[in-house]
Design a protein around this ligand. Structure first.
Ligand code: SF4
Ligand code: SF4
Length: 436
């Protein structure tokens, strides 16, 4: 069986982002394969721990991809400050891959940034790395590819639990484990009233529901007191983001000046997008265009804006409006790195201070103890593409690793497997519940 087929069968998706099905990348033909170990979400350290403890498996996954894509070289993006991980990875490097050592900036894990740092090539506007002969995979995806080669499917997720928990740590949990259980595995919350950032404070979402579950793309969760600055900001009703912005934005343009995509040479100008919320009847569409190439990194809202406004959210809104109106912005200007780019990069420690997270800035060491849970809720849509279709029924017994959801024929998607052995308790339109 070919590697791409094994990856497809194992249900491997991008573990570090939106969950792009990994078999598609494995069947492409490229010049370079990049490993993304540039973890940059504040407080999340799971990729660091994975590189420290499983370097051989990660590099095995990378080598398999280099071979299947016919690439001439691999690049391994890793932060220079993570000396122990650099040394663990270096010990297993062969002649095909070289390290791309990165500074400790946000968002150095953005693929556009990483591809540029490693190859000095710029992805075309609205393009993908494949357009310039590259594929990029997060280190956990590579780890899962190494397992897929041995026909082991994705049933566990490596996550980091940080913030106001008693034992910030990183560990494997069955896909579909509740947030309540994972917080308990990290020693429990230190506080009674809290909110949970799922996937990180910059690019994740805020949840107050302990029954929410871990998916194949959850990098980690951050527990913070309900009255923390970030929870108060994120928890504002959506109409407030835009209402306040309409009256308070003085067009200082700091949001644009710090935007990493703008600094790479793409036409992303959030200060102009902010105009669109004041010009909803005339001209909104013109300014909305300046959001099309935004990667939603959140830097403009959470770091750059001196008025605590919501330019990132204005960009998100603009992108939706553009899609609904069927408008696609095509950048005509050549993509050219801004001469001031290096001087405007945002050090992670500075970002942590700005976000008022310094009291939670701890390591999250790997806990290798096998974690078992009594029940899981496995979502059928954990990836880009079509939702998987359940192939099990209520009352059926399933074994860990058994396929329970299949990609509809001919569609882009990923298979779903039982993450624990037990009985199917319920099958709904979007989830399969299993209890042991
Ligand atoms: S940084 Fe804030 S105030 Fe300045 S232009 Fe951007 S949104 Fe407006
Ligand atoms: S979220 Fe803001 S800073 Fe980040 S890419 Fe979009 S516009 Fe730029």
């Amino acid at each position: 069986m070919q590697l791409q087929e094994k990856i497809f069968n194992a249900g491997v998706v991008g573990a570090g982002g939106a969950g792009f099905p990994a078999h598609v990348k494995a069947k492409s033909k490229v010049e370079f394969v990049l490993a993304n170990g540039a973890e940059c979400e504040p407080l999340i350290h799971k990729d660091y721990e994975l590189m420290l403890h499983f370097p051989k498996e990660i590099l095995n996954g990378l080598d398999l991809l280099i071979e299947s894509t016919g690439a001439k070289r691999g690049y391994f993006g890793i932060k220079e400050k993570n000396t122990k991980a650099v040394s663990a990875i270096s010990k297993h490097l062969n002649g095909k891959t070289e390290l791309t050592k990165l500074g400790d900036f946000y968002p150095s894990g953005d693929e556009f940034e990483l591809v540029y740092e490693a190859t000095k090539r710029l992805i075309p506007p609205a393009g993908i790395p494949l357009d310039i002969g590259c594929v990029v995979n997060n280190v956990e995806t590579l780890y899962n590819i190494a397992l897929a080669e041995k026909e082991i499917p994705v049933t566990k997720k490596f996550i980091c639990v940080a913030g106001a928990v008693k034992k910030p740590s990183s560990f494997f949990v069955p896909v579909g484990t509740s947030l309540k259980d994972v917080i308990e595995f990290a020693g429990g919350s230190k506080i009674s009233e809290f909110g949970i950032f799922v996937g990180g404070v910059m690019m994740g979402h805020l949840s107050f529901d302990l029954n929410d579950v871990i998916t194949k793309t959850t990098a980690g969760i951050i527990v913070l007191p309900k009255d923390h600055y970030l929870i108060k900001r994120k928890n504002q009703p959506e109409q407030n983001w835009h209402r306040i912005g309409k009256s308070a934005c003085d067009q200082c343009s700091y949001c644009t000046e710090f935007c990493p995509r703008y600094l790479l040479g793409y036409q992303v100008e959030p200060h102009k997008v902010m105009r669109s919320i004041g010009f909803t009847k005339t001209g909104a569409a013109v300014w909305n265009e300046m959001a099309e190439l935004c990667c939603s990194c959140g830097l403009c809202t959470l770091y750059a804006c001196p008025e605590d406004l919501y330019p990132k959210e204005a960009c998100d809104k603009a992108k939706v409006e553009m899609r609904e109106a069927g408008i696609k912005f095509i950048q005509q200007k050549e993509v050219k790195v801004h001469p001031i780019k290096e001087g405007r990069r945002v050090p992670l420690q500075q970002l942590i201070m700005k976000l008022k997270l310094q009291d939670y800035d701890f390591e999250a060491p790997f806990n290798s103890k096998a974690i078992s849970v009594g029940k899981v809720k496995i979502l059928l849509q954990q990836h880009i593409g079509k939702s998987a279709q359940a192939i099990v029924k209520k009352g059926e017994s399933v074994k860990e690793g058994q396929i329970i959801g299949k990609v509809p024929d001919g569609e882009l998607g990923a298979n779903i497997h039982a993450s624990i052995s037990g009985k199917v308790k319920e099958v709904t339109a979007d989830s399969i519940f299993i209890e042991s």
